[in-house]
Ligand binder design. Structure first.
Ligand SMILES: [Mn+2]
Length: 353
């Protein structure tokens, strides 16, 4: 209930008498509900979960401290809200549909006030329970990486590699993958988001694996690039440049630094090595209940890092008709620096052919 208390402090500051929360990640953050339909209503001193018959039993199990209100066509949600709230009610302006906004504004007695990502403001700093779940999510991914090294060999397709990663992570406690897995081998490595294809992996290729899993709602994310047999001098040199940029930016992570500053550190190194035009994406992003969340770790990242934020550091170089390299760690910002949550090795691994 600590999260709800913190939210109530913000509600008082922003003169909100209640908030209405339906975005799945925000709803889970406040209630623990894992189902697909329902609305959390937090007032200054009570919390309600409004849902239909399919989920009332699940809410009673998953959401201690909440009063369940069953809604139906005969008992519509706005009537239930009107019985509990007058004054002002915050809504998720980045999530509510235009259709629902029209309905609520015409039916609710309370004045509707955009919340402007108030819940995302709270979620950007992870509490101890969240940090433990993120560590477990990443531990499963690291274990999967170790496992997949024995699976990748010439003749195997990228999709077979992706499916094996998913199978392994699910059999180790994950509910699924945290995004569509990227397995980009050989020239396909030039595509930063080359999701696994039917391409067969060949000797002499680099293979970029970007993947993660969901564990109790929380996402992990990591990237490693491995060699299948000996790769060209140019690819090895690109690998070393990316690794150096990744580690230099990592060493600069601490409270007070901005995402923009971190991005600049890695970008300057890659540019000085002559590959600036081939690093076309931002250095990283925040991770949590969503795979991409605040803070931004790129040239637009003006937000200052604070202890409890979890971010990625993932520079890359991508060259058409040659291939690409990306190396990514997931990092917890600590009181005086950082803790790397991903534990897989980063020196170039050369797999047998
Ligand atoms: Mn990432």
């Amino acid at each position: 209930m600590k999260r709800i208390e913190t939210l109530r402090h913000k509600m008082i500051e922003q003169k909100l008498d209640a908030v209405l929360v339906s975005k799945p990640e925000n709803r889970y953050y406040l209630s623990g509900f894992t189902g697909s339909t329902g609305t959390v209503l937090i007032t200054r001193d009570e919390q309600f979960f409004l849902t239909d018959f399919r989920y009332t039993s699940q809410v009673k199990q998953q959401c201690p401290g909440y009063q369940v209100i069953q809604i139906s066509q005969a008992d519509p949600i706005y009537q239930a809200i009107n019985q509990k709230v007058t004054g002002t009610i915050g809504f998720e302006d980045d999530f509510m549909t235009v259709e629902n906004y029209g309905l609520y504004s015409s039916k609710l007695e309370a004045e509707m006030v955009p919340m402007k990502r108030l819940l995302e403001d709270l979620r950007v700093i992870k509490d101890d329970e969240e940090i433990a779940l993120m560590k477990q999510a990443q531990a499963i991914a690291d274990l999967a990486f170790e496992h997949i090294l024995g699976f990748i060999r010439p003749g195997v397709t990228e999709i077979e590699v992706a499916n094996e990663l998913i199978r392994f992570m699910k059999s180790h406690g994950a509910s699924g993958e945290s995004f569509e897995i990227i397995v980009a081998s050989g020239v396909r490595g030039a595509m930063p988001h080359g999701v696994a294809s039917e391409k067969v992996i060949q000797p002499g290729e680099l293979v970029t694996l970007d993947f993660g899993c969901v564990y109790r709602g929380y996402c992990s994310d990591m990237t490693r690039t491995v060699a299948v047999g000996q790769v060209s001098d140019e690819l090895q040199s690109i690998y070393n440049i990316v690794l150096q940029a990744q580690e230099t930016a990592l060493a600069a992570v601490k409270p007070g630094v901005t995402g923009q500053q971190l991005d600049t550190i890695a970008r300057d190194m890659i540019t000085e090595a002559g590959y600036g035009d081939y690093f076309g994406h931002g250095l990283g992003h925040g991770v949590g209940l969503e795979i991409h969340e605040r803070p931004s770790i790129n040239q637009a990242g003006s937000e200052t890092l604070r202890p409890g934020m979890i971010i990625t550091d993932e520079p890359g170089i991508y060259i058409d008709n040659l291939g690409g390299v990306r190396i990514e760690d997931i990092i917890l910002v600590s009181e005086d620096g950082y803790e790397v949550l991903s534990s897989s090795p980063k020196e170039l691994i050369v797999l047998p052919t």
